[in-house]
Write a protein of this length. Structure first.
Length: 166
């Protein structure tokens, strides 16, 4: 994979991705909300991440696509942005079917699918979250998942903020 790493102000990052998915999810019959907050509001304006915007867009598209696939019509998908003094955390929370506890540790593995008998026409190759993990790892971040069956899932990733001299 090729990367074009550029410094991006966290506020611009949040604004871009907030606007990017709103219409698409409404078109899928889902409610969509974004929430952004900073644990240090005074530092929020200066916060910068060094990212490849297209690759991070690919991460969010993969994660949001999974949320859409497992959230019933009329359901809610929330996009949370949290800025602290060291990182920008992005959380995609849905109120869909959730992820079985035995599957949770494996969802970022290449080709992992809960139902091994499903073919790609049935919905995905099992690569989306593995690719998302590779991209986040390349950026020096971390990706993880939390879920309760029947209550939805949350896939989140952290990107480190650029240090003052970077």
């Amino acid at each position: 994979m090729d990367f074009d790493i550029q410094p991006v102000n966290a506020a611009d990052f949040i604004r871009y991705f907030d606007e990017r998915y709103e219409l698409e999810l409404a078109g899928a019959g889902l409610k969509f909300e974004t929430v952004a907050y900073s644990l240090r509001p005074e530092a929020h304006r200066q916060a910068v991440v060094k990212i490849d915007v297209d690759r991070i867009n690919q991460v969010l598209t993969n994660v949001i696509y999974n949320a859409v696939k497992h959230t019933p019509r009329g359901g809610l998908i929330q996009l949370h942005f949290i800025v602290d003094e060291h990182s920008l955390v992005v959380r995609v929370q849905d109120n869909g079917s959730g992820i079985d506890p035995e599957d949770l540790p494996h969802i970022f593995d290449r080709f992992y699918k809960k139902d091994k008998s499903r073919n790609t026409a049935g919905g995905g190759s099992g690569l989306g979250l593995a690719i998302a993990k590779e991209i986040v790892d390349y950026h020096g971040g971390r990706i993880w998942a939390q879920s309760h069956v029947g209550q939805g899932a949350c896939i989140a990733f952290m990107l480190p903020l650029a240090k003052g001299g970077e």
